[in-house]
Design a protein around this ligand. Structure first.
Ligand SMILES: Cc1ncc(COP(=O)(O)O)c(C=O)c1O
Length: 400
């Protein structure tokens, strides 16, 4: 009766069952998985709703790339980050998820393959399956600070790097694209310029596209010259950079994202024309949101400052509370998450069930994000400071 695209086990897992039981029993859970910014106590400017009542929204203008006013707001965003982007190279979408769906339709036939980083964002399996596309993983490996010098003066700064051996082993004749998430969820790692050079070579030699998810790129920790701030405008390979309001304005409910297309001349043009056809079939973004985009973009600093302050404070708490425990906080370069490696007395699943049943703390295990080995915990850095600190104290208190 139903298509094989919906092939998932619809049974609730043990963690979901326990959450339900806990909630029914009235337990006050401390939620370290909370990544919905609209529930994290940030203050949004009161004018946001007012910007939606623009009279121009009463005119229906079916534009596959999106309304010019919204595309110009996006070019303004890149300009403020030192990048010139042609508004004709932008497609406005309802979300990054929709952008992925458009790009999978554009690039891959049924059964073709797209490469995704491991560990990374758990939604890829669903997005690919719904488009009939296969995923293969390439590994990111973690180097502990100071370890594995690799010629770096004063020891290696540590962090996540692409394992190119594993990436090249995953390539096949049917590989159509490589997905990069920069900074990645949950590792927080940015693409580095040497990695980009190598990716450009691989992609141009084999006619593979780069799909780059930069939703968290405004949330960088510190500065590192090796990082590529944005791949928007990358010309060496056909490149699609995606972002949107769900993270840069912390407003996922407003449903506005985009794709910036670049690459070698004719190829880039051909991709833009084909994306027009896909987008024209759906025309999914509402006019009020597009007209509001320039006003909302101006509120970016106000919203992001609060988030950065929260993330920085929570990261500091995590550093402090992991000290003198056998747990290790992994180096993060940005994004909304932190990873702690914990002892493997129990499996990740046993640990997270224990935290929930005995400590009333909800936290994601590494396997949700496809870590290659156990045991890791993924902390959302968005919860309010006092909730975060108490939850971390309960979790890490077990390892004292
Ligand atoms: C890496 C990454 N990309 C995209 C999204 C979702 O973005 P959107 O709401 O625009 O679909 C998320 C949400 O957590 C994410 O972590």
């Amino acid at each position: 009766m139903f298509s094989n695209r919906i092939k998932w086990d619809l049974q609730t897992n043990r963690l979901a069952q326990l959450i339900e039981q806990k909630r029914l029993s009235g337990a006050q859970l401390l939620d370290l998985t909370e990544s919905n910014p609209t529930r994290a106590g940030f203050i949004y400017p009161a004018e946001i709703a007012g910007s939606l009542s623009n009279e121009s929204s009463m005119i229906y203008e079916p534009a596959p790339r999106g309304l010019k006013v919204a595309r110009e707001a996006v070019t303004g965003y890149y300009r403020s980050r030192g990048k010139e982007v042609d508004p004709e190279h932008i497609h406005i979408t309802a979300s990054t998820s929709e952008a992925y769906a458009y790009l999978f339709k554009l690039l891959a036939d049924q059964g073709d393959t797209i490469l995704v980083p491991q560990p990374s964002y758990p939604l890829f399996d669903f997005l690919a399956s719904l488009e009939g596309v296969n995923l293969r993983q390439y590994e990111l490996h973690y180097i502990h600070p100071g370890g594995h010098p690799g010629g770096h003066p004063g020891g290696h700064p540590g962090g996540w790097r692409i394992d190119f051996d594993s990436l090249e082993k995953s390539l096949t004749a049917n590989t159509r694209a490589i997905i990069l998430v920069s900074p990645n969820n949950p590792t927080g790692s940015f693409i580095k310029s040497d990695e980009l050079s190598r990716l450009n070579e691989i992609c141009s030699e084999r006619s593979i596209a780069l799909i780059v998810d930069e939703v968290f790129s405004d949330y960088a920790c510190g500065h590192d010259e090796r990082r590529v701030g944005s791949l928007a405008g990358n010309r060496e390979a056909l490149t699609f950079v995606m972002s949107g309001f769900s993270k840069i304005l912390a407003m996922p409910q407003m449903k506005l994202g985009w794709i910036v297309t670049s690459g070698p001349g004719r190829l880039c043009q051909a991709a833009l024309e084909r994306l027009d056809l896909i987008a024209d079939t759906f025309l999914s973004v509402g006019a009020p949101v597009q007209h509001a985009a320039p006003e909302w973009m101006k509120m970016r600093g106000y919203i992001q400052e609060q988030i950065i302050e929260r993330i920085t404070g929570n990261l500091r708490s995590l550093e402090e509370l992991t000290a003198n425990t056998p747990c290790r906080l992994l180096n993060t370069e940005g994004g909304w998450y932190a990873i702690v490696e914990i002892p493997r007395h129990f499996s990740e699943e046993e640990w997270v069930l224990k935290f929930l049943s005995e400590d009333d703390v909800l936290i994601h295990p590494g396997y949700f994000f496809d870590f290659q080995r156990e045991a890791h915990l993924i902390f959302s850095l968005l919860p309010k400071e006092e909730i975060f600190r108490e939850a971390v104290r309960r979790v890490l208190g077990r390892f004292k």
